[in-house]
Write a protein that binds this ligand. Structure first.
Ligand code: ADP
Ligand code: MG
Length: 300
């Protein structure tokens, strides 16, 4: 595995806010990473630090295993961290050619990248006539002109209508399928679920979860269970090796499974202990529930 970016114990303190608090994670080539967290959780600050536009307070980050200086490494990074800004009275193609000149690269990729983001037919339209979604797509084309190793996007679908959101997500998937590593920040759970393979969940600058998106939602699940004798039920459940946390809420008991145990196994186990259940359902936790659990827990 090739490590594109490695972040270790990163901290950023503003005057009153600990915006990034001991954040560590690695980005491996070919994966799509989401930094997921509510507004103000430190996503943009983290991206700003690794892109050298925000100064870190402490900790380290290293691009491409430290083989290049940060400024050399950043030439292999395509990033959009602000609202797309191009010259309004220049066409799409003229704007991209200007970017090529600034980056010191030839014009040969311009049409290819316009096609990738679905703007080839509009290449001769002025930037000012573009919708926000088209502007965002042009920014993606621009960031890809030098075929970067990694594309970094901060809230790529903010402010777009549903169709615009859909188009951007499809483009991200196409870029990822071509092998470009992607790191995107989003406060939208379903965005991360739809486009990312890996996720770092941030809350107030602290990592609550970091790992595969599918692993986050594929815990063993939990049981919703009830019986006339709740006390006996809870005590029997807590003796079972495959059951973790047991909570009683809204008149029902929830037991988190720590092993792959079926509802019928539990039913038999309880019956043998003389407990008859009046309600028993096994459920998997969705990513959304996991996310809410994580963020709720950390508030306490
Ligand atoms: P996100 O991108 O997840 O919404 P940010 O990284 O923008 O979060 O902000 C994280 C925290 O740091 C917030 O509390 C924000 O108010 C604070 N913050 C961000 N930039 C500055 C700054 N330049 N000066 C002071 N506080 C800042
Ligand atoms: Mg932000």
């Amino acid at each position: 595995m090739e490590t594109i970016l490695s972040i270790k114990n990163l901290h950023k303190k503003y005057k009153y806010v600990h915006a990034v608090n001991n954040v560590s994670f690695d980005i491996q080539k070919g994966n799509v990473y989401g930094i997921l967290g509510p507004n103000g959780s430190g996503k943009s600050t983290t991206l700003g630090i690794v892109l050298n536009v925000v100064n870190k307070t402490s900790g380290d980050f290293e691009w491409f295993s430290g083989k290049l200086t940060t400024s050399e490494a950043l030439k292999k990074v395509g990033a959009i961290i602000e609202r797309p800004n191009f010259y309004p009275y220049m066409t799409a193609v003229q704007n991209l050619q200007l970017v090529c000149k600034i980056k010191g690269i030839g014009f040969e990729k311009v049409d290819e990248k316009l096609a990738l983001v679905g703007l080839l037919e509009r290449k001769d339209s002025h930037f000012r006539t573009f919708s926000l979604g088209m502007k965002q797509r042009l920014a993606i084309a621009s960031a890809l002109l030098n075929d970067p190793e990694i594309l970094i996007l901060d809230e790529p679908t903010n402010g777009l209508d549903p169709q615009g959101i859909h188009q951007i997500r499809d483009i991200i998937k196409v870029i990822a399928a071509k092998g470009t590593t992607i790191l995107l920040a989003s406060h939208l759970l379903d965005e991360v679920e739809k486009v990312c393979s890996h996720v770092v969940v941030l809350q107030k600058g602290i990592i609550l979860y970091s790992g595969r998106v599918d692993a986050m939602s594929s815990g063993e699940g939990f049981l919703e269970i009830d019986s006339a004798d709740r006390k006996a039920l809870k005590s029997a459940l807590s003796d079972h090796p495959g059951i973790g946390n047991i909570t009683e809420e809204d008149g029902k008991i929830t037991a988190v499974l720590t092993q792959a145990v079926g509802a019928s196994d539990i039913n038999r186990y309880l019956f043998e202990k003389g407990i008859t259940v009046s309600h028993l359902v096994k459920r998997k936790t969705s990513l959304e529930e996991q996310f809410l659990n994580l963020t709720e827990k950390s508030k306490k």
